[in-house]
Design a protein around this ligand. Structure first.
Ligand code: NAD
Length: 313
């Protein structure tokens, strides 16, 4: 077991996931929250979730579920939570004022070598770390939900984040079994959402123009692009679909660019509610709003099975 200590600030969905991942990798984790009742719930969720994963053969890392749970402690004092830590993962709600306040509080109590990463989905680190004394040790390390089964972490530096802080965090992420990517600079949407937005835009346009049903558009992804993208990315796809990517460009680029120039619509100014209502009406038969929680559970189970399969390959 690793005796080094990790601190997690914010014990909601993402804080609990990070706790389980770090504990699985053998770290001592201390979890802090401003809400003591939430902290209790988080501790008991972590313990029951790990036991369920252990029973289903989905648990990550070393040791039994009970052993992993005991590596996670809680504290209602931020100072105590951060005492002698070497890495802090911030997981408070996505709100600029709150992140700025929490980073200032963390900044006040940490030593010079501690790395502080935010789980922020959208806010960039420069927007909430500018005034911090230790800002060159702060960055975004954005997980994807559910992080326990989707390994990607988008690491995004502020302009003042030291390259060695990015490098150390990347190594740490790899060590705990996550799959980090390093953006060279801040960029709205980071990388995953930029790709996802491009995909959603075209899905929206195809639906709006009546080309396919919502169900069939989703199927194009989960039975078409999705299986492929579970193993190779879009650029690799080009490389493999011809004799290398240069050959692909020579053979197919003109056609691909032509389809886009002639038939792609401009980026929607918004996702209009009437279209959303039509899609939701279609989903009402298979995925009514009161069954969404069941479907989320189903999704997490399928993602868990895929994560297990990829690990065994
Ligand atoms: P959440 O609402 O489930 O949990 C937030 C927790 O922070 C709560 O327990 C709350 O009590 C606590 N908190 C509030 N103020 C605090 C403070 N001052 N100090 C310490 N704790 C405080 O939120 P979440 O879904 O876990 O999201 C956390 C972060 O992770 C956000 O930045 C979010 O954008 C990001 N994120 C979320 C997802 C997702 O799908 N939920 C995915 C990736 C990243």
């Amino acid at each position: 077991q690793n005796t080094k200590k990790i601190s997690i600030v914010g014990s909601g969905l993402i804080g609990q996931n990070w706790s389980m991942i770090f504990a699985g990798a053998g770290y001592n984790v201390c979890l802090f929250d401003v809400d003591p009742a939430q902290l209790e719930r988080a501790k008991s969720n972590i313990s029951s979730t790990l036991q369920r994963y252990e029973k289903d053969g989905l648990m990550r890392g070393t040791g039994t579920a009970v052993e992993q749970s005991t590596r996670v402690s809680t504290s209602t004092s931020l100072e105590e939570c951060l005492h002698s830590t070497f890495y802090v993962q911030e997981c408070v709600p996505e709100n600029l004022e709150l992140k700025t306040k929490v980073f200032a509080q963390i900044d006040n109590v940490i030593g010079d070598d501690v790395i502080v990463a935010s789980s922020s989905s959208c806010l960039v680190a420069s927007s909430f770390t500018e005034k911090c004394n230790h800002r060159d040790h702060m960055l975004v390390a954005h997980p994807i939900n559910p992080p326990y089964f989707i390994p990607l972490v988008e690491m995004v530096p502020a302009p003042w984040t030291k390259p060695e802080v990015m490098a150390t965090t990347r190594t740490l992420m790899e060590e705990i079994g996550q799959s980090p990517v390093s953006l060279k600079r801040e960029c709205p949407g980071f990388a995953l959402n930029r790709l996802q937005y491009a995909c959603i835009n075209e899905a929206w346009n195809m639906y709006q123009s009546g080309l396919l049903s919502a169900e069939d558009i989703d199927k194009v992804c989960y039975d078409g692009l999705g299986p492929r993208y579970a193993f190779i990315g879009p650029l690799e796809t080009m490389h493999l679909n011809a004799d290398g990517i240069v050959d692909y460009c020579k053979r197919y680029a003109e056609g691909a660019v032509d389809v886009q120039n002639k038939t792609f619509k401009p980026i929607p100014t918004l996702y209009d509610v009437p279209t959303a209502e039509k899609i939701q009406a279609e989903y009402n038969t298979t995925m009514p709003l009161d069954k969404i929680q069941n479907k989320r559970q189903w999704r997490d189970n399928r993602l868990a099975a895929l994560a297990k399969l990829k690990k065994e390959m």
